[in-house]
Design a protein around this ligand. Structure first.
Ligand SMILES: C[S@@+](CC[C@H](N)C(=O)[O-])C[C@H]1O[C@@H](n2cnc3c(N)ncnc32)[C@H](O)[C@@H]1O
Length: 251
């Protein structure tokens, strides 16, 4: 595959076309996104996100702590970090998709936390934000959708303060014999069918499943995080490798 080509799910596409295809997927699913997350993962995404928040570890004291949650969509991670932290905890949810952010803004208003969270429409590959301005950078189920992952990692490094932590939660590679076959069947059959019934369209969910299979294996992704400059990089597979939590520090 040439330098100017990539994959949209299993389809090879020109690199510059991928983002628009991804944007169509999330514009289509935005209103049903949170419900589908619960249905597709049987609620497990909540436990995975709790583990991410534990790694972010926002201070309980009213000390200022500013999180940037990239590909933050409907705000789930930001809300959890704000709830876990003290009065000084703030979050900026950054996403390229206006429809996902609109749902996030409504949810923030419903939860009464709109003074602690800001929503920003921007591309993870080129954040319109100052160098060294955040204490933590999170990206959950987002990085595999970004066409140029190296650029997003370089931006994560740039906007983090010294001592800041990068934490990424992403679907990974199931490596438990037996579970892998079951997971394969579930992903390629049940998830698109659920999409058709609940959200009225199977195609976006087929993309989501295919994009998971194309994402680099955990060790390879850890090496990419290191190449971006992060130190003390760790990877923790969870639920038999269905997801992995990667972390690194800007030191
Ligand atoms: C699967 S959702 C994850 C939402 C949220 N982080 C969560 O865990 O529920 C992926 C999000 O990535 C966003 N996204 C895709 N490409 C992006 C990019 N280049 N920059 C910023 N966000 C992007 C999509 O718009 C979508 O909201």
């Amino acid at each position: 595959m040439g330098d100017d080509a990539t994959h949209f799910g299993f389809r090879q596409v020109p690199l510059e076309d991928k983002q628009a295809l991804v944007d169509d997927v999330f514009a289509t699913v935005a209103r049903r996104y949170d419900l589908m997350n619960d249905l597709m993962t049987g609620g497990l995404h909540r436990a995975w996100k709790d583990d991410l928040v534990t790694l972010v570890d926002p201070p309980q004291a009213p000390t200022p702590f500013h999180l940037i949650d990239v590909a933050g969509g409907t705000g789930d991670i930001a809300f959890r970090v704000i709830e876990a932290g003290g009065r000084g905890t703030r979050a900026t949810v950054c996403d390229i998709n206006a429809e996902m952010l609109a749902v996030g803004r409504e949810r923030a208003a419903e939860r009464g936390c709109d003074d602690a969270v800001a929503f920003l429409e921007a591309n993870a590959e080129a954040l319109p934000l100052a160098d060294r301005s955040f204490d933590a950078y999170t990206i959950a189920f987002g990085i595999r959708n970004v066409p140029r992952i190296e650029r997003a990692l370089a931006e994560a490094y740039r906007v983090l303060k010294l001592g800041g932590r990068f934490v990424c939660l992403e679907f990974s590679a199931v490596d438990v014999p037996g579970l892998d076959r079951l997971y394969e069947l579930y992903s390629f059959n049940v998830i698109p069918a659920l999409g058709r019934v609940v959200a009225g369209d199977a195609e976006p969910y087929r993309y989501l499943v295919e994009s998971i299979r194309r994402f680099p294996r955990p060790r390879a992704f850890a090496a990419m995080i290191e190449a971006a400059g992060f130190r003390r990089v760790t990877v923790r597979p969870m639920s038999g490798g269905i997801v992995a939590l990667h972390s690194g520090w800007r030191l």
